[in-house]
Design a protein around this ligand. Sequence first.
Ligand SMILES: [Zn+2]
Length: 258
Amino acid sequence: MEWFTPYLDVMLTKKELIRYSRQIAYPGLEEDGQQRLKASHVVVAGLGGLGCLAATYLACAGVGRITVVDCDSVELSNLNRQMLHWEDDVGEPKPQSVAEKLKKINSTVKVVPVFEKITENNARGIIKKAQVVIDATDNFETRFILNAACVAEKIPLVHGGVHSFLGELTTIIPGETPCLACVFPDTAKKQNHFPVFGVNPALVATLQVTETIKLIAGFGTLLKGRMLYINAETMEFKFFNLSKRVNCPVCGQVNAKA
Ligand SMILES: [Zn+2]
């Protein structure tokens, strides 16, 4: 990951040194890594089961700027898994609901709510200059738009998906790994109201934030070019290697230049 320079100017306050002391104590992170987290901008696309958990742990970890994007309002049927939306929030725009809770979880974090549908026209503008984008969406139409925007802006995309007790995860680094369009057919469609338990997106989202923290701080092994498939019903975790698609319409040119 090409690192950005301003983080060296971002100092940690005495309170932050105490607040994050248990993670700063980790040799892979230390104060330098915490400074990077504070200087970072992460976009959470989708504020359902995945996005609520991802945003929570990004705020807890001290990521300095979190953009939270969704075009939906909270519904009663969301509450079994979307833990930042509470009973009083039904009918509220999801980005506002999430922003209110994140400010209470960590008042030092800047949260930017975006109540918009992600489209080909606005995607690059929303993610511009972010260090990482978390794909917490629930449909392939939006995923493909995000994927193309991340490849164009050269921003890592941590993809997560869930269905019933199944989950999947991979980390896409433009110019280095296969992209989503290499992996999934462009005929993949949205499936409305599919079954899902709250614990399953929680599991995948915490792994997405784990990848994000490692990406920003620069330690550990990333899930690059590999897909993790989780079956929580049978407790099977499997890894598959991913390949770049020849002449991928999205990343083909980027990969050719890399
Ligand atoms: Zn591709």
